[in-house]
Design a binder for this molecule. Structure first.
Ligand SMILES: [Zn+2]
Length: 420
């Protein structure tokens, strides 16, 4: 094969800088809020780019308004199969939210940043995947293995029409390793994530006139006591394998820098959020019904059964309550010292002079789907500025850095696994 093409790739990235920013701007202007999840406009921005560069791809659209784009090409010889993944849907916007400085779909550029819904989660990361695919296609005779691009819909609601569908129906997307550009901060590489377990608890009592407290228990008062009692589930000790305990301990400062002060405490623990409590009709009626929706986040090392066992122990003191499960994704992780981690660390150290720290993320991404199948999956993306809120944005220097890191790390990974 050939010599190191890193300088050539760096030159292309410098030359195409304004084109990358223009692409991201068009991509952000193509509204794709989920719900409702119609991503046809955003997909068209991607396919116009792929068409203009004669890059191979096909559409997989089990839901016609939520298309997925898959492209693959082979290198010049045998090697490993690297898969790039990003989603093209974004969080919804509260249209009445007056706090946005400029409209959420304008993709306004000011002070070296681009603003809009999806400007960190995750159109910059998906753009990194797309440009990586395009640039490595131009040098495909210079390395072995295979590169696959997946741009998917239906991520923001953990829906069934995007990556989940591809995993079950398109084996081409599996590969030997996954790289994804969800927001992580340039300081960290996400090698794992916690898993949500969502429960709904309904409390039923007789109910009565508000003055007749002798006649019935109050469903809302029971809900309040139950909510406090459920906190004890979070005290559970979670056993960890050695290499994971070591990686989590070493990541404390980096986790706080990437996700906010105190975030490291939530990484190895079960956490509880009571997302909603609905009960009662009127101030002078004792409520006979109350429904709570509960969001547990399961750390790696624990699982659904461990949580449910403890929840049921708590519920045994509340005979008025019945529980149902309304959502679950298990926690998952890849080797915190895996090959792609080293590749990303070496690449970023050469570019920026520091090694990003491998961490476990609190929230969820599609990367978990690859981890469920024992395919190492890693996330390296921009800071989560304004994610899910107003004035979401990415610093343009960080955006270019993420594109550059994905291009160079993908090239390095494929090159070092190339067989003669
Ligand atoms: Zn995302």
């Amino acid at each position: 094969m050939s010599s190191d093409l890193t300088p050539k790739l760096n030159g292309w990235i410098d030359q195409e800088r304004s084109e990358m920013i223009a692409f991201l701007k068009r991509f952000l202007q193509a509204k794709s809020p989920n719900p409702p999840g119609d991503t046809r406009d955003a997909a068209a921005v991607v396919t116009e780019f792929l068409d203009a560069r004669n890059l191979p791809y096909r559409m997989v659209s089990p839901n016609p308004v939520m298309p997925n784009i898959i492209g693959s090409f082979d290198g010049a010889s045998q090697g490993k199969h690297l898969v790039l993944n990003g989603h093209i849907d974004v969080f919804p916007v509260y249209e009445e939210d007056q706090r946005w400085t400029t409209g959420p779909w304008e993709a306004d550029i000011r002070d070296g940043k681009i603003y809009g819904r999806g400007a960190c989660d995750m159109k910059p990361g998906t753009t990194a995947s797309i440009f990586t695919y395009a640039m490595l296609h131009r040098i495909r005779d210079e390395f072995g293995g295979k590169l696959t691009l997946t741009c998917v819909s239906d991520e923001e609601t953990f829906g069934p029409w995007g990556a989940r569908y591809l995993m079950d129906n398109e084996p081409e997307v599996l590969g030997d390793c996954l790289l994804n550009g969800e927001p992580s901060s340039p300081l960290t590489i996400r090698f794992g994530e916690k898993g949500p377990l969502w429960l709904a608890v309904t409390i039923q009592t007789e109910g009565a006139h508000g003055a007749y407290v002798h006649a019935t228990d109050s469903a809302t008062k029971i809900a309040a006591r139950l909510g406090l009692a459920l906190e004890s589930v979070c005290d559970m000790e979670v056993p960890l394998p050695d290499n994971l305990a070591r990686a989590i301990e070493a990541s404390r400062d980096a986790v706080d820098k990437a996700m906010g002060k105190g975030a490291h405490e939530a990484v190895p623990r079960v956490t509880l959020n009571i997302g909603s409590i609905n009960g009662g009709l009127k101030v002078n009626i004792i409520p006979g019904q109350c429904r709570m929706e509960i969001d547990f986040r399961i750390p790696v090392g624990a699982d659904r059964e461990m949580i449910l066992k403890r929840v049921n122990e708590v519920l045994s003191d509340f005979p008025e309550a019945t529980m149902e499960e309304i959502g679950h994704s298990p926690p998952a992780y890849s080797d915190p010292y895996g090959e792609m981690v080293t590749v990303l660390q070496d690449t970023v150290e050469e570019l920026r002079g520091f090694k990003p720290t491998p961490i476990i993320s609190l929230g969820g991404t599609d990367a978990r789907l690859w981890r469920y199948r024992d395919i190492p999956a890693y996330v390296y993306g921009p800071f989560p500025y304004g994610m899910g809120s107003y004035d979401e944005h990415v610093d343009l220097e960080d955006f270019i850095h993420i594109v550059r890191t994905h291009v160079l790390a993908s090239y390095r990974y494929l090159s070092q696994n190339t067989q003669p």
